[in-house]
Design a protein around this ligand. Structure first.
Ligand SMILES: [Zn+2]
Length: 339
């Protein structure tokens, strides 16, 4: 930690003297000043102390917290470092009021954190009316899994974003370019995207659990079928933020498979249709603990529009009606000819 109690009140480690008496602001147990040529000045509990304040902070975390404090001050705010909030037993790295008077917490996350813990921390902040921002550190920069991307997805200026703090430049970095089509790293012309998806559905070398499950599900509903023969409407050709544990196209294929088993003219209310599409995606939706609501409305709306454009459903008087069964192809040449 960077802040401790002293006889003169709260004190920053950078301004503390060796050999002084310092105490933890949370448990009030004694702490030691640690500093050295290659160490960021910080305080640490004595061995065996039993305190909720985490020890063993990395150099990056200590550096970043100090930089964030300086950065926020330079921006005209009055940030508090490691302010302890007894009501929720949490201690954000930084706490400040923004330009609108909104109490805002900044967490610089350099270590692993489970979705459950993140939810608890966000719920704690919500109880106190604090808006938290999660800035990620170095360990989150390489090969971030979909789960982790979703876990720390936040709205910044209305856009889905990941936030990073770069301790080399002492700047915030944002990443909002995670949108992609199934199996495609870049967006492209939609026919090219569909061809690529067809290839991937045919020749996936390592079948994922979602793929295997879907293959079995399709076989149980429609008889054995290569997923690559799915109706064209299944192919997502507009990039979207990762929402599923696996590719978005699997959810789209599952929706179409289930529609094929329903009698024609079956109807849903608009809301019922939406809920049904959500249920079809269970349990593969990713968790978004930093968003007020899961962000899947846009992709559900998009897919509904495409199903309408394909004449499979129609929306009449506030009801969604199944009008046509989606067409599975008998062969690859037949499908590619339809492209
Ligand atoms: Zn303590």
């Amino acid at each position: 930690m960077l802040v401790a109690e002293s006889v003169r009140g709260l004190l920053l480690a950078a301004g503390a003297e060796s050999g002084g008496d310092y105490w933890c602001p949370v448990c009030h147990g004694p702490v030691q000043l640690r500093r050295g040529k290659h160490k960021i000045a910080h305080f640490a509990h004595l061995p065996g102390a039993n305190c909720c304040v985490s020890e063993g902070e990395t150099r990056e975390h200590l550096t970043g917290k100090r930089q964030l404090w300086t950065w926020l001050r330079a921006a005209g705010y009055q940030p508090q470092l490691e302010a302890y909030l007894p009501a929720i037993n949490q201690r954000p790295d930084l706490l400040f009021r923004d330009g609108h008077g909104q109490l805002t917490a900044v967490e610089f996350q350099c270590s692993p954190l489970t979705v459950t813990r993140l939810r608890e921390r966000n719920a704690g902040y919500q109880r106190l009316g604090i808006v938290p921002y999660w800035l990620l550190g170095q360990p989150y920069r390489h090969r971030l899994s979909r789960e982790k991307q979703a876990q720390f997805t936040q709205y910044v200026a209305g856009r889905l974003t990941l936030l990073y703090w770069n301790t080399d430049s002492a700047q915030v970095e944002t990443q909002s370019n995670l949108c992609r089509c199934s199996f495609a790293r870049k967006s492209g012309e939609s026919k090219a995207v569909i061809r690529r998806q067809v290839n991937q559905l045919l020749y996936r070398r390592v079948p994922t659990p979602v793929y295997t499950h879907l293959l079995q599900f399709v076989a149980s509903q429609l008889g054995p079928q290569p997923l690559a023969y799915c109706p064209l409407v299944c192919h997502d050709t507009m990039p979207s933020w990762p929402l599923f544990m696996d590719e978005l196209i699997y959810w789209r294929i599952k929706v179409v498979t289930m529609l094929a088993t329903f009698p024609l003219f079956v109807a849903w209310s608009i809301d019922g249709w939406y809920q049904w599409l959500v249920r079809v995606g269970n349990p593969s939706w990713l968790a978004f603990p930093c968003l007020p609501r899961p962000p899947w409305e846009p992709i559900i709306a998009k897919y509904s529009q495409e199903l309408q454009a394909a004449g499979i459903i129609k929306v009449i008087n506030g009801q969604v009606i199944l009008f046509k069964h989606p067409h599975w192809y008998k062969s690859l040449p037949e499908k590619l000819a339809a492209l």
